[in-house]
Design a protein. Structure first.
Length: 426
């Protein structure tokens, strides 16, 4: 490296130490000078020392850098030990922070500067938000921690080892896809739990519904239905599920348009009308379901998600996938609309993507448009059935009525619009 770059890297090492020193020094600003082991100047010099040690190690060998780090850590720890005995304080945060600054100082001159800068800012943020993090930790419950661990294990341990191919009759059972849906259900349920706890029942349910509609509207519906069966307010929860359904219609429109922009004109009216119907009625249900006073109290949430419900729904999804494959085998791939109706019971995006890709080629554009609308309608009716099975009676009636209304609007607009007068449904 040239001299200019060398000074830039040493300057970054000094800046990282300076930032950490500002945070550490501000916390101990009331102490007399020399009463603490490390402050602004010490941490700034530690970063610079790490950078210089890295250069020395690069020139004469890694053993020199290791010796420098060991000597620095030993001296710093000895001084902090004396301070801890005097103050009866057993926190090792300052020691770890000093080691991090030293190492980042060395990495600043030896590695990628952007990574070193990002790591330094992250370290300062962790130190600065001590009170916020501790307050958040005190508010956590054991079921929340346990659910987060289970969700992480489902996502990062179990999912990667599952085979991503079909098994069984018609190769319909894909373990990876089924488990991925289980992860989505658990994840959406956990996110909904967080939204409701932070924002209150009504606003939290609406946020969870909108977010769930972007990721997995079926999972959001199952979660909200389960909460209604556990005693949640049926109107508010049905409204959130309806909002998720409305967002799903918009998601289908967006996915199809990205693949084939020419489909937007024909799809925007039926899918947009269904989205407005579902979302508008959902908002009305949520607004009418609770007065302002009810939002002030924290609802009883229970566990973030129920593993039994998650696995039961995953098994149901496998059965639906098998049924859809059987219908595909019976009717043949040319029956795009019937295939969309069957596949929509379990999945929306796959049919939307395939029909949008085939539009104007192997499949006429008018048939592709009809199939995409039908898959969204079929999925909406399947969500209504899920709401009826998993939710309370009041939830099932409200949510089912909204879904039927949205489907009727979409069907009417498809029938009224001149997509292609020559199209005949199979």
């Amino acid at each position: 490296m040239d001299v200019l770059e060398l000074f830039q890297r040493l300057g970054l090492a000094l800046a990282i130490g300076f930032l950490v020193g500002v945070e550490r020094g501000w916390r101990e600003r009331g102490e007399a000078e020399g009463a603490r082991t490390a402050g602004l100047r010490t941490f700034a010099l530690t970063g610079l020392l790490g950078g210089i040690s890295g250069l020395v190690g690069q020139a004469v060998g890694g053993l020199a850098f290791g010796a420098a780090f060991l000597a620095f850590s030993s001296i710093f720890t000895a001084f902090k030990w004396r301070e801890a005995r005097h103050d009866n304080d057993y926190s090792v945060t300052a020691i770890v922070a000093a080691m991090v600054v030293f190492m980042l100082g060395a990495y600043s001159v030896l590695g990628e500067m952007r990574v070193a800068a990002a790591a330094g800012v992250t370290a300062v943020a962790l130190l600065a938000f001590k009170s916020v993090l501790h307050a958040w930790l005190r508010r956590l419950t054991w079921p929340e921690i346990r659910s987060a661990i289970v969700l992480a294990a489902m996502t990062f341990v179990a999912l990667p080892i599952l085979p991503d191919k079909g098994y069984g009759p018609y190769s319909a059972i894909n373990p990876y896809e089924i488990w991925l849906m289980a992860v989505l259900i658990a994840g959406v349920s956990f996110a909904g739990y967080v939204f409701i706890r932070v924002a209150g029942e009504r606003l939290g349910v609406l946020i969870a519904g909108a977010a769930g509609g972007l990721v997995a509207s079926t999972a959001a519906t199952l979660d909200l239905a389960r909460r209604s069966a556990a005693g949640g307010h049926a109107g508010v929860l049905a409204g959130g599920a309806a909002v998720a359904g409305g967002v799903m219609f918009l998601r289908v429109l967006a996915v199809a348009t990205v693949v084939d922009p020419d489909l937007f004109g024909a799809l925007s009216v039926p899918l947009g009308g269904a989205a407005v119907t579902s979302g508008g009625l959902g908002l009305a249900l949520a607004m009418a379901g609770r007065d302002k006073q009810s939002d002030r109290g924290a609802p009883h949430l229970g566990n973030p998600f129920d593993l039994v419900v998650v696995f039961r729904f995953a098994a149901l999804l496998g059965a639906v996938m098998l049924a859809a494959s059987m219908l595909r085998a019976w009717f043949g791939p040319e029956s795009a609309v019937w295939l969309a109706a069957a596949a929509g019971l379990a999945d929306v995006d796959a049919v939307t993507l395939s029909m949008a890709r085939l539009a104007g080629g192997d499949v006429p554009s008018s048939t592709a448009v009809t199939a995409i609308v039908v898959v969204a309608m079929s999925n909406s009716l399947s969500k209504a059935a899920i709401g009826g099975i998993a939710g309370s009676f009041a939830f099932a009636v409200r949510f089912g009525a909204v879904m039927v209304a949205a489907v009727m609007v979409a069907a009417a607009l498809v029938w009224l619009l001149p997509i292609d007068p020559g199209v005949e449904l199979p």
